[in-house]
Write a protein that binds this ligand. Structure first.
Ligand SMILES: Cc1cc2nc3c(=O)[nH]c(=O)nc-3n(C[C@H](O)[C@H](O)[C@H](O)COP(=O)(O)OP(=O)(O)OC[C@H]3O[C@@H](n4cnc5c(N)ncnc54)[C@H](O)[C@@H]3O)c2cc1C
Length: 395
């Protein structure tokens, strides 16, 4: 029988010692899914040394052997302690696919490098004409001896400017129905013919890129799964992308921040904590957060009993991301004009100068802007609603 309180304490003790002030600052200043890259990598190395970098992996591949409750506690404690987030496209998404579909050579080569941070992976699914309708992707891979020759482009590729590896869906047969002619390729980003162009987002930062492939030679040994069966790998990976996230943990952190901001925001002689209209809006969001938590616990129960969350993961994605956006709006409302100046320098965890706004207002605008994307990536809210209508409600 696991003593979960004792486990929580051991996680807290570790975090208290391992998180330097710079790493905590990077966590505090994280305004999207990704933290400052330098801090994220430094944190990855510490977690790796502790054996805790891949909480969801089986122990035979380097996981810590935790059950689902321990994994939840670990994520929650990391979030509340302001640990930076690690770039997880490798460990969270590709890792489980390699374990399931990979050859022995692929597992032995890629999995340890993924854990150590020697390889940073990005996800090459979307294309300018293929997002929600992913199966219409056009990037082609044509066999030439022991290699594929890859031509085309991927867009919105998160962290491609920091990554050295990309997993890509490519078209290997265009004469069959779209899903049947797709393969899954592992590509070294340093291969000749690859160009990475950063995309500057609304908040002035770069997290996404467009990646161009011009006659890029990729060994056939880098195929994951069978040729023309990449769609099975792709779908399975998306379940890990959508299903592995605990929105309640994010929402609880946002709520804690709003409570702090509320006390610091004047309202006449009092603070916004005394404003009944604001308190009403906050209470509504808190009630929705409790309902979300219950649904996530229900999913956890299903998974623990050996089941699959299935379409319920679409439900928590819609509710979790939309609730997150409502909380961003409350935050913007609280800090008011202090949200307007662009604070790019001050959002750098290693910045030592003065900020143009008080610390509690520093992240509000960037978080608000970045989180608009949460209802787009990982499958848009409209697509998730269609899945809920068909598979949960049976319409
Ligand atoms: C911040 C961010 C990070 C991302 N990171 C990555 C990444 O690392 N790797 C990667 O491969 N991709 C990434 N993406 C891309 C993301 O997966 C796509 O943006 C998403 O799948 C939507 O595709 P699209 O942008 O082509 O929009 P479209 O599919 O063109 O959709 C446009 C609009 O039409 C709606 N729509 C489309 N089809 C339907 C339908 N059948 N029914 C109802 N409404 C519909 C959509 O909901 C949306 O509102 C990222 C996107 C963002 C914003």
């Amino acid at each position: 029988m696991i003593d979960y309180e004792n486990f929580r304490k051991s996680v807290r003790d570790f975090l208290a010692e391992a998180l330097t002030p710079e790493l905590r600052r990077a966590g505090e200043l994280t305004t999207s899914v990704f933290s400052d890259f330098k801090a994220a990598l430094a944190w990855q190395k510490k977690l790796h040394a502790q054996g805790w970098i891949a909480p969801d992996w089986p122990s035979e591949f380097g996981g810590p052997g935790w059950d689902i409750q321990q994994r939840y506690i670990f994520q929650e404690e990391c979030k509340l302690a302001n640990a930076p987030s690690v770039v997880m496209m490798g460990i969270q998404m590709l890792g489980p696919m390699l374990m399931h579909y990979g050859t022995e050579e692929q597992k032995q080569h890629y999995l340890p490098r993924m854990l150590s941070g020697e390889d940073i992976w990005c996800q090459g699914y979307s294309e300018p004409g293929a997002g929600s309708d992913l199966a219409s992707l056009k990037t082609s891979a044509i066999r030439d001896g022991d290699d594929f020759i890859v031509n085309g482009t991927k867009i919105w590729t998160s962290m491609a400017h920091h990554a050295n590896q990309i997993f890509c869906l490519v078209r290997t047969d265009k004469d069959v129905k779209p899903q049947a002619g797709i393969s899954f390729l592992l590509i070294d980003l340093e291969t000749a013919g690859i160009t990475i162009t950063p995309i500057v987002s609304l908040d002035g930062q770069v997290e996404q890129c467009q990646v161009f492939f011009d006659a890029v030679r990729v060994p056939c040994a880098n195929l994951l799964g069978a040729e023309n069966d990449g769609w099975s790998v792709a779908k399975s990976l998306l379940e890990f992308e959508r299903g592995g996230h605990n929105f309640t943990i994010d929402v609880k952190k946002q709520l804690r921040k709003i409570h702090d901001q509320t006390k610091l925001t004047p309202w006449g002689e009092k603070t916004r904590a005394d404003d009944p209209v604001f308190r009403h809006r906050l209470a509504e969001a808190e009630i929705d957060a409790i309902a979300l938590e219950q649904t996530e616990l229900r999913i956890k129960g299903t998974v623990e009993a050996g089941g699959n969350p299935g379409a319920l993961s679409s439900l928590v994605k819609v509710v979790g991301t939309e609730l997150g956006q409502r909380l961003n709006e409350l935050s913007m409302d609280l800090v008011g004009p202090a949200a307007s100046p662009q604070c790019l320098d001050a959002l750098d965890p290693y910045y030592e100068g003065d900020a143009p706004v008080p610390d509690h207002a520093l992240t509000a605008m960037a978080e608000y802007i970045n989180n608009r994307a949460a209802t787009i990536y990982g499958g848009t809210a409209e697509i998730q609603r269609t899945i809920i209508a068909k598979k949960v409600l049976g319409l």
